[in-house]
Design a protein around this ligand. Structure first.
Ligand code: DX5
Ligand code: ZN
Length: 222
């Protein structure tokens, strides 16, 4: 299973997004993670299609769009066109049909689809079809909306549940974690079956991001 480190620009210096993204590229991140928020699904408002389009031209690594928006099926096509190679939407935003429709629009646009679950959403809300139809299962380890929050301690258990659910169906999918990730919390999640990590504060707040990225890489490969 491929393993990735995604740098969340929500924790970057917002006045220098291009330089900040390039700093992460040089330090060895695999993707730039863009947290799109609509002020409805979550209270804050952040970024949009134009941010993705610009960043996609400013770095050579890929862009991962994490859409914390209502009715994601209405905008995922635009994010794919703007150059997001991976597009993640939330399970809480619609019914099974709408989830299916969203994944299918993303896949038809040749991007990788990802479905995210909030800390309060039980893994049973992920049907076999949803697990099958998405390349990434994103387990939120904080409540979405803000960078710099504390990791929710029950998250590794949630990862283990997703991992065993996938195993029951004989499926292999990339399990990614997002929120409060550092070397310590990532280790617990990796042991529970997580493959990939989104990190904001841990990477951007460090002067030389090579160090935290190296640490994450080491424990991911163990
Ligand atoms: C939270 C976002 C995360 C967040 C991660 O709503 O989805 O991507 O920016 O930031 P840290 O790593 O600081 O928790
Ligand atoms: Zn995110």
């Amino acid at each position: 299973m491929a393993r990735h480190i995604c740098a969340s620009i929500l924790a970057a210096d917002q006045g220098r997004l291009a330089e900040e993204a390039q700093r992460m590229e040089k330090a060895g991140a695999d993707f730039i993670h863009v947290d799109v928020m609509d002020g409805k699904f979550v209270p804050p408002v952040h970024y949009g299609v134009e941010t993705v389009r610009k960043l996609a031209n400013q770095v050579r690594i890929g862009i991962e769009a994490h859409l914390m928006v209502q009715r994601p099926w209405e905008s995922v096509g635009e994010y794919a066109k703007a150059g997001a190679q991976r597009i993640i939407y939330h399970r809480e935003t619609g019914n099974e049909k709408e989830m299916e429709k969203t994944a299918s629009i993303i896949s038809k646009s040749n991007s990788v689809a990802g479905i995210a679950i909030n800390p309060a959403t039980p893994v049973e809300r992920l049907s076999r079809e949803m697990l099958e139809g998405n390349g990434i299962i994103l387990v939120m380890s904080v409540n979405p909306g803000w960078a710099g929050q504390d990791f929710i301690a029950e998250s590794p258990e949630k990862v283990a549940q997703v991992s065993s659910l996938l195993g029951n169906y004989g499926l292999e999918r990339e399990i990614e974690m997002d929120g409060g990730i550092n070397a310590h919390t990532a280790k617990q999640c990796a042991l529970a079956g997580a493959h990939s990590f989104v990190a904001g504060s841990y990477l951007f707040k460090s002067k030389d991001a090579k160090e935290p990225i190296g640490q994450l890489r080491t424990l991911m490969e163990k």
